[in-house]
Design a protein. Structure first.
Length: 233
């Protein structure tokens, strides 16, 4: 439409009224309310009137020459218009191809992203299924059975009384001790002792001190036991 308006103005400027009328008819057919339509019709009427008046005073030979030039100019203008239309069509086709290529590339990227997302979803699903299968296959850990068996962790020996050691005296002390639930000895007492009278208290004291330092694995409930501590050179 803009090119038709320009071509109509050019036809009026060169007084090619036939071409101007043709273009004005095309514009009116395409858009009866086009803003340039009234101006073009007014210019056509005034230009025709002026040309007719001028032609009346112009020799016939000059008028024929003018019409021939107009026909030649019209033909050239039509060729230019056709060339412009061809260029515009070529540009439009190029833009269409570029747009189609861009849309195809966007679709390819979308499909690639969708495939990657689907692969990641399947990988996560497989990992979840494998974890569930492993959890199902693995036997449930059994709770540790409550035990009252004494399992020693540390049982340091008693110190040898220095006086008995110098005298070369030996002996034994039987101790009764109770182990608490945390594995520590919570009480201990001497049950009997077999040692020289002058060193008996020393042996009993060291035996009790040693037993109270003992440590065992935790037990379900306090356990009482006895042990004979030997003192020998």
């Amino acid at each position: 439409m803009p090119m038709a308006v320009i071509a109509a103005d050019q036809a009026l400027a060169r007084e090619d009224f036939e071409e101007a009328k043709r273009l004005i008819r095309l514009i009116g057919k395409a858009d009866p309310n086009h803003p340039a339509l009234g101006r073009l019709k007014t210019s056509l009427a005034s230009s025709e009137a002026a040309a007719k008046k001028r032609a009346e005073s112009m020799p016939a030979e000059d008028e024929a020459k003018r019409k021939a030039e107009l026909a030649k100019q019209r033909e050239e203008d039509q060729k230019k218009l056709q060339e412009q239309q061809r260029q515009q069509q070529a540009q439009a086709e190029q833009q269409r191809q570029q747009q189609a290529a861009a849309e195809a590339e966007a679709e390819r990227l979308r499909q690639q992203q969708a495939a990657a997302a689907e692969a990641e979803r399947q990988r996560q699903q497989q990992a979840t299924q494998q974890a569930a299968q492993q959890q199902t296959a693995a036997p449930a850990p059994r709770p540790a059975a409550a035990t009252t068996e004494l399992r020693p962790i540390s049982q340091p020996g008693p110190k040898y009384p220095p006086a008995a050691q110098r005298a070369g005296a030996g002996g034994s002390v039987q101790v009764e001790y109770t182990v608490g639930t945390d594995g520590s000895v919570i009480s201990a007492r001497v049950v009997s002792s077999d040692a020289p009278r002058q060193f008996q208290r020393d042996f009993e004291r060291e035996a009790l001190a040693a037993v109270k330092r003992w440590r065992f694995q935790p037990v379900a409930q306090p356990v009482t036991s006895r042990r004979t501590i030997e003192f020998a050179m």
